[in-house]
Design a protein around this ligand. Sequence first.
Ligand SMILES: [Zn+2]
Length: 131
Amino acid sequence: MTNEGRPSRTVNADLGWPDDWIARVSGEACSMCAVGRPDDDGYGLRILKARYSDAYLQRARVLTGYTKVIWRGRHVVEPTELRDEEAAGYWREVLLVAQAPAPLPAAEDELRDARQRRATPAHSPDAAVHA
Ligand SMILES: [Zn+2]
């Protein structure tokens, strides 16, 4: 670590972190901020758009209903950087998602359909028909 609590380029090289790590941490090259608030972030489908966050039901089947709740305010790296009202709002939304009884059937169906579309090889007859 160096001044201001940010990793130095030397630390990055030692740990094998990406060359743009400093820019990512500063927000200059933050892909999570740059993506906006899409309905599908490539990793999952948004099942909740709330004041402080978006919740995405993940395509990766780590376990049924695996969902990420992504902060959607100003750029921060750690939740400890949130102001009190931001942290309270964010964690309240995390709890809202966690209290969902099960993955929403419509979201599960849409996610399954999207997974099947992605699974179709580009060289398959079906893909050629729709290309
Ligand atoms: Zn960011």
